[in-house]
Every structure is written in structure tokens, then in C-alpha cells.
Ligand binder design. Structure first.
Ligand SMILES: [Zn+2]
Length: 81
């Protein structure tokens, strides 16, 4: 089962790994670049996933981990500012 990323409220940290759901929860309202950096660190260091190029995040099986549309929408908004 591949890692997936979800947005959530009321998290104790910016990025939280939920091993039961094989899911990384991302708190709303943080800069997307910081979120991606945290996600990459969690996937590669904690989960042993291979490192992708650029902003591509990879599952430990090597498949690309899609980012939530909501998070990507934040990227567009940030670039517009
Ligand atoms: Zn996978």
C-alpha cells in the first residue's frame, strides 16, 4: 500500500506520519515549500523512500506520491503573491 498525503486541521506538528493509515497528514496554513521539505525528510529518512528530483516525492516502493490538490493550490497562491 502506497503512502498518500492528506490535509488536516488540529495537528501537533506541520507534518505527521500516521502508520495505521499509511498516510502523511499535513497541517493547513504552512508555506508549501516548508511542507514539501518536511515531507521529503520524513519519506526518505524515516520511511527509507528513494529521493525524487525537484519537488517530486516518492513512496518507499518508488512510486510517485501525489500531493493533495489543496496543497498545490496553495503553491499557486503563494507564487501569485
Ligand atoms: Zn508505494
Amino acid at each position: 500500500m502506497c503512502v498518500h498525503v492528506s490535509m488536516a486541521d488540529q495537528l501537533p506538528a506541520m507534518v505527521v506520519w500516521d502508520p495505521d493509515e499509511v498516510c502523511v497528514l499535513v497541517a493547513r496554513g504552512f508555506p508549501v515549500l516548508d511542507v514539501v521539505r518536511e515531507l521529503r525528510a520524513l519519506l526518505t529518512i524515516d520511511l527509507g523512500a528513494p529521493e525524487g528530483n525537484g519537488n517530486v516525492l516518492l513512496c518507499f516502493c518508488g512510486a510517485r506520491v501525489p500531493l493533495p490538490a489543496e496543497l498545490l493550490a496553495c503553491t499557486v497562491a503563494a507564487e501569485a503573491c
